[in-house]
Ligand binder design. Structure first.
Ligand SMILES: [Zn+2]
Ligand SMILES: [Zn+2]
Length: 215
């Protein structure tokens, strides 16, 4: 349990608990569309509030090949509730990811919805002292920054190989066109290039048929 975390437990000298809690290296106070200010709950267990709103998506919300574009709409449907040592954030976050189909390369979109159940602990509580920050989130200046939490959930939810539809046929190996756009009897006379060269040689035909112009 004594993983050596940088800023937080970096100097894990005994008696650290007696000193002032180290200030995390987050921006302070946290701000942005995914930061929920919970000062109005007054640290009263049971107090709660709905957070139902639309916010612009932060950058890098997803993977390289599929992501929710920055500034596109994220729909938050959350409940924030004060609990003994922090606040509990529950609910859903929805957005629309864009991607290229992994088989046919067509641009495609995918609705993504994730469920959150996240505890944010106040500094100085038992939870704060007995858990790592990657186990339980921390409130910073009575604000819950949801960005990392939402990013983690969404990245987990996104398909590694996005498809325009589950049974996408992909591309024709002969011409690279989408098979779905081609007639059913579409086919190529597939000739191994080595055989083609031999055939030309023995038939005495001019190599290639293209009229290149060597001047
Ligand atoms: Zn496709
Ligand atoms: Zn083809």
């Amino acid at each position: 349990m004594t993983t050596n975390r940088r800023e937080h437990h970096g100097s894990s000298a005994p008696g650290r608990a007696a000193g002032a809690p180290a200030r995390h290296s987050h921006k302070y106070p946290p701000s942005g569309p995914l930061v929920i200010d919970i000062r109005d709950l007054g640290r009263q267990p049971g107090a709660g509030r709905d957070v139902v709103t639309q916010v612009p998506a932060p950058a890098d919300l997803g993977l390289e090949l599929i992501k929710i574009p920055q500034d596109s709409t994220l729909e938050l449907d959350l409940r924030v509730e004060s609990v003994a040592e922090g606040v509990l954030v529950t609910g859903t976050v929805r957005g629309t990811a864009v991607a290229e189909c992994g088989r046919c390369l067509t641009a495609t979109t995918e609705d993504v919805q994730v469920n959150l159940t996240e505890l944010f602990a106040y500094p100085g509580t038992k939870t704060d002292e007995t858990t790592e920050e990657d186990e339980v989130n921390r409130l910073v200046d009575d604000r819950a920054d949801l960005e990392a939490v939402i990013r983690n959930e969404i990245v987990t939810e996104l398909p590694l190989t996005p498809l325009c539809k589950p049974d996408c046929q992909g591309l024709c190996a002969g011409c690279g066109e989408r098979l779905e756009d081609l007639p059913e009897d579409h086919a190529h006379e597939l000739i191994d290039p080595r055989w083609a060269a031999l055939r030309e040689k023995f038939s005495g035909a001019e190599p290639g048929g293209d009229d290149h112009d060597d001047s």
